[in-house]
Design a binder for this molecule. Structure first.
Ligand code: 6LW
Length: 508
């Protein structure tokens, strides 16, 4: 008996997924780049509905991000469980390179980093039956060494064991053991429209590896599909012996196609064939609607409105790089996110007073209620939709011509322009709702005394915040922010609530 489910299973910016199983529970992590906390971890019972349960990297000692450029920081992670311990290994491309952390519970706390002096990216761990622990990284192919997992010390010289089938950027190596064979999975083609998954196997983890004659096992290159750029996969076997793959993909829009939600996490069942290798999806193709043999166990939905009544931010909120703890508070004014704008602004490779969440749906309504008294023209607080420091649109409260005003600004590369400015009525000047209505093609910005009395201020195209325009490996965030643009703000900015409501529409 099989059940239909929708892809992506983790929409929005959730790239380079890695999955493991403990009993009937599945856990999954994704890369997080310049965002803090880092490496979000999710739980599921059916591989379809995922609930975030924490982050693996929650302390600056685990995740130094000062000076990390956009799409720097944390790249692809791997999650494994062995002898009662969870292991998460990843690369901090801005500081320190490869390392792993451990935890007895997936929610954490996770240990301080244990460095592994092996070059390359996309580290992975394999625990062999004889107690050997193999550490893989990508460096022109799959590099492997034996490590002492207590200290991270290399016990053998890293060795290139397979360089793939000739595609560019062979990366994302993972090793598995099944029916007497060691299977090595790779991504090739680069994380764009030529992305693909390939596999080889050997009787020893050190090779020689024989590639599958049917490679690539998964790709949508030149396929007529709303899903593109499939790659960077990880495999998992259920307690019932069924196998699945999680992998990244994109849902581009328009022509020439472009995507702004980032690389998302997709799921497909796989079956093992007589040739000893798997078939992923429908003969290496996947769809927005697929079938699973597992019984679905839906997760509880996150309520659309966050009133910040807790002393902790919900897990889907992130900061940019390592936040200055004096610049944001949930208890200075209970029921509000209080941001104290610093000299750091939206264009700076720094950590401004900024709290954001991923855009996970094309059609969505986002709004927040702000109380802020700007004293100078430099001081501003508001709502931003951000891809990186050079690609963002913001609606904010500030002073213009000495008047408290609401402004819409667009930054697209070297173009930076305030495209609308309305002086606020005194009744609105101290408490204002700022809103963004998003669809596949544009963001409409509006403001008003309440979320039912909104006046439009202007628009911005999603295309100019897309990866094809802005570059990088991430996806769009909606965020509350405050800045003095060169000097600290005199007054704090208080955000009373934040709403994120998906607008249900036919097209996924
Ligand atoms: C990741 C690499 C990749 O480390 O992009 O898509 C890098 N593949 O495997 C950043 O996501």
């Amino acid at each position: 008996m099989s059940t239909k489910y929708g892809n992506p299973v983790l929409p929005g910016f959730h790239p380079d997924p890695s999955v493991c199983r403990v009993g009937r529970d599945f856990y999954l992590v994704t890369s997080s780049f310049e965002y803090f906390p880092g490496v979000p971890i999710f739980h599921s019972r059916d591989l379809v509905s995922w609930r975030q349960i924490g982050h693996c990297l929650t302390r600056p000692s685990q995740l130094p991000l000062a000076g990390a450029t956009a799409s720097g920081g944390i790249w692809a992670p791997t999650l494994r469980h062995h002898n009662g311990l969870f292991y998460m290994t990843t690369t901090n491309t801005s500081s320190g390179g490869n390392f792993f952390v451990t935890a007895s519970a997936p929610e954490g706390p996770w240990s301080d980093p244990i460095a592994v002096a092996q070059p390359g990216i996309d580290p992975s761990l394999f625990f062999d039956e004889d107690g050997t622990v193999i550490y893989s990284t990508a460096r022109g192919g799959a590099f492997q060494s034996r490590i002492d997992v207590a200290s991270g010390r290399l016990l053998s010289e890293p060795k290139l064991v397979w360089s793939g089938t000739g595609g560019q950027h062979p990366e994302g190596p993972h090793l598995y053991f099944r029916d007497g064979w060691y299977y090595l999975l790779l991504s090739e083609g680069g994380t764009e429209y030529g992305h693909m998954i390939t596999m080889a196997r050997a009787k020893s983890p050190w090779g020689p590896f024989e590639p599958c004659a049917r490679n690539p096992l998964l790709t949508h290159r030149s396929a007529w599909s709303p899903i593109q750029a499939l790659g960077h996969a990880d495999l998992v076997e259920t307690s019932g012996g069924a196998w699945f793959a999680v992998f990244l993909g994109i849902r581009p829009n328009g022509y020439p196609p472009c995507y702004h939600l980032g690389r998302e996490t997709f799921l497909s069942a796989l079956t093992w064939e007589k040739d000893g290798f798997p078939v992923i999806g429908e003969n290496g193709r996947v769809a927005l609607e697929m079938e699973t043999p597992l019984e679905l166990e839906p997760a509880v939905d996150v309520p659309p409105r966050d009133d910040f009544t807790s002393t902790k931010l919900a897990l889907h909120w992130n900061f940019l790089r390592n936040p200055d703890p004096t610049r944001s508070s949930l208890d200075e004014r209970p029921g509000h996110v209080r941001l104290r704008g610093s000299e750091h602004g939206l264009d700076d490779v720094a950590s401004p007073a900024w709290v954001g969440r991923r855009q996970c749906h094309f059609e969505v309504f986002v709004a927040t209620c702000l109380e802020f008294k700007p004293e100078t023209e430099n001081e501003e607080a508001g709502l931003v939709v951000r891809m990186n420091e050079r690609h963002h649109y913001e609606i904010f409260v500030t002073r213009r011509a000495g008047q408290v005003s609401v402004v819409l600004r667009r930054r697209i590369g070297s173009l930076r322009a305030e495209v609308a400015c309305h002086t606020l009525l005194s009744s609105e000047a101290s408490r204002l709702v700022l809103a963004i209505e998003a669809d596949r093609d544009k963001y409409v910005f509006s403001y008003g005394p309440s979320d039912s009395e909104l006046r439009p201020l202007g628009e911005g195209e999603t295309r100019y915040l897309s990866t094809e325009v802005a570059g990088g490996f991430t996806g769009v965030y909606f965020a509350m922010y405050a800045t003095g643009n060169g000097a600290p703000c005199a007054q704090a900015a208080d955000f009373d609530w934040f709403e994120y409501s998906e607008r249900k529409s036919a097209a996924r």
